[in-house]
Design a protein around this ligand. Structure first.
Ligand code: HEM
Ligand SMILES: [Cu+2]
Length: 561
């Protein structure tokens, strides 16, 4: 009867950070669910099928839906997942409790910020897409809510650094444990990276939307935005990497090949994530080509840690496959536990990441960018990255993390597996179609083409690809329904099992350890490297930003919807 008498209290007794993590995680997944609702509708749009007239009573136009999709999926869900994972994992690894008061402060800031921003979004008063480029002007509550939401992550930065400091005090001279190292570099990277957005929103957009400023300079705003806009994608990605490095090998039945290499990867992200934003502004005026070229080179540098990751994770998985009895050149792949929904999610996510990364290198290649900029190639590209790998890593992790946090065992395992296969297949088809529609026919992104006979006529030649978008939309809708069913059925059931409550985080063992590694020693000087990262940013952005700040050309806002 232990199964039934285990109370709510027991599940979190001695581990209140579990409850905080669960709340962050579930709030993130609720955002993902609402945001994802619009995904299939957008796919249908790019298949020439317009369902938006039916949404009219609730949602006014395509762009309102697209704003919700972008904001809820790419900003809210991703950040909350980072705040859950990159605080909880180090806490478990170090055996320390984060400052719980502040942990809850960060939760409430995120929730209240989300609600404040949601009001104008739902009222169609902020249909400016998730990039909110001026002079498009949203209701002030949108900027204010977004600011509060992002500031919540600053509390997480403090939580992680404070735990690290406490651990260091108790363990002088020792090398920071791996997940904690990842968390520290991750949060420091975000501290540096978020400054652009914070300056843009706090100094310009909020005063402007409140009527305190008559206008803002679009070029400066875009530059500040993309200062954060590139590294934010690593802010989304690195929790998935941290999980892939420190839990996936174990879940797959093997060990992580190299701890020092994993540290190097996170250090390189700290160094090179930020000074690369002009690769989003290749088509912008007012930025000299040599600056764009410098950012091109730096962008290629930031591809290196992902290439290292590809090798390290693949080697660790091979180690797992061989442990499981896989033989020959490819036998180890078949020997991986494909029937474990978490492992499956990561394997498929990484598979999609290969063409995703290749497309990213095309995007970053300065003049190649002219071929695909602002076409549907771009959403094709990033749905492989954030829509597939990051999201699947989160979904896959939820399959063990929700049971771990709540003590409630995973329900409907078969459905969990099916959801991951379908998500992968749907994303693969959709991104395939979007890439080619963008590249071959220059079909623009962010366009309600199905609502415009002129556009449908203009892009008629891409009809074959459009059909694929409809197919993908249906598959992804089913995948989403299956996943959210499994998630909520697991979290909301009343059954709890003591074995689940007591279960440890499945941290992996390592083959090549940090102790005695000179590389690990080198990476350990985190503040020194943070200084170098800062210096790189000043060099790559300083002169251009100085010029822009001293030559501002503010223009009044417009509302075109
Ligand atoms: C059911 C799954 C999904 C489908 C079918 C889907 C489909 C689409 C499509 C077709 C677009 C292009 C819209 C346009 O340019 O007009 C789009 C945009 C976008 N999607 Fe998704 N998506 C899905 C899930 C996700 C997820 C999980 C994320 C992130 C975690 C995501 C993030 C984005 C972002 C950031 C945009 C760009 C919005 C903009 O251009 O303002 N999507 N999606
Ligand atoms: Cu970028």
């Amino acid at each position: 009867m232990a199964v039934r008498t285990l109370s709510q209290m027991d599940a979190y007794a001695g581990a209140p950070e579990k409850k905080y993590t669960l709340y962050m995680l579930m709030l993130g997944f609720i955002a993902l669910m609402v945001g994802t609702l619009f995904g299939p509708l957008q796919s249908f749009n790019y298949g020439g099928l317009d369902l938006y007239p039916f949404l009219k009573p609730v949602f006014q136009n395509y762009y309102q839906g697209l704003t919700l999709h972008g904001v809820l999926n790419a900003i809210i869900f991703t950040q909350l997942f980072g705040q859950a994972i990159m605080v909880y994992l180090p806490a478990r690894e170090l055996g320390l409790r984060p400052n719980m008061t502040l942990a809850w402060v960060s939760f409430w800031m995120a929730l209240i910020g989300l609600l404040i921003a949601a009001l104008p979004l739902l009222a169609n008063a902020a249909s400016v897409l998730y990039t909110f480029y001026p002079p498009l002007k949203a209701h002030w509550a949108f900027y204010l809510g977004a600011a509060l939401f992002v500031l919540s992550s600053y509390v997480s930065i403090y939580l992680a650094l404070e735990m690290w400091a406490r651990w260091r005090k108790a363990h002088p001279g020792q090398i920071t444990p791996l997940v904690t190292y990842m968390s520290v570099t991750y949060w420091l990277m975000w501290l540096l990276a978020s400054l652009g957005l914070v300056v843009e929103v706090a100094l310009f957009l909020i005063p402007w939307s409140l009527g305190l400023l008559d206008g803002v300079d679009p070029l400066l705003m875009r530059t500040l935005f993309w200062y954060t806009g590139h590294p934010i994608v690593y802010f989304w990605l690195l929790p998935a990497y941290a999980l892939a490095y420190t839990t996936l090998p174990r879940l797959a039945g093997g060990k992580l090949i190299s701890d020092p290499l994993a540290r190097l990867v996170f250090l390189l992200f700290l160094l090179f994530s930020v000074p690369v934003g002009f690769h989003h502004q290749f088509a912008d005026p007012g930025i000299a080509p040599y600056w764009k070229f410098i950012h091109t080179i730096l962008t290629m540098m930031v591809a290196v840690p992902s290439l290292i990751t590809a090798f390290t994770i693949a080697a660790s998985l091979e180690n797992a496959g061989r442990n499981n009895g896989g033989k020959g050149l490819l036998g180890w792949i078949a020997a991986l536990p494909w029937n474990n929904p978490t492992v499956l999610a990561f394997l498929l996510g990484f598979l999609a990441f290969i063409p995703g990364g290749a497309g990213g290198i095309v995007n970053a290649s300065f003049n190649l960018n002219q071929n695909i900029h602002n076409t549907v190639w771009i959403p094709g590209h990033f749905h492989l990255q954030v829509g597939t790998l990051v999201t699947m890593a989160a979904m896959g992790t939820a399959f063990w993390l929700v049971p771990h946090l709540t003590g409630k065992p995973l329900v409907a395992r078969g459905m969990a597996l099916a959801s991951q296969w379908l998500w992968f297949i749907g994303m693969f088809i959709m991104t395939f179609a979007l890439h080619w529609m963008g590249f071959l026919y220059a079909v623009p992104r962010r366009s309600h083409i199905a609502g415009s006979p002129i556009a449908m006529e203009a892009y008629r030649e891409s009809a074959a690809w459009m059909v694929l978008n409809i197919v993908a939309g249906v598959i992804l809708l089913i995948a989403a329904i299956l996943f959210f069913y499994v998630l909520y059925a697991t979290a909301l059931q009343s059954r709890r099992e003591p074995s689940q409550v007591m279960a440890e985080v499945p941290f992996t063992e390592v083959l090549s350890k940090a102790e005695g590694s000179s590389l690990a020693q080198l990476t350990e000087r985190v503040w020194f490297w943070f200084g170098i990262a800062l210096l790189l940013v000043v060099l790559a952005y300083g002169p251009v930003l100085f010029q822009m700040f001293t030559h501002m050309n503010p223009v009044p806002g417009v509302r075109l919807w």
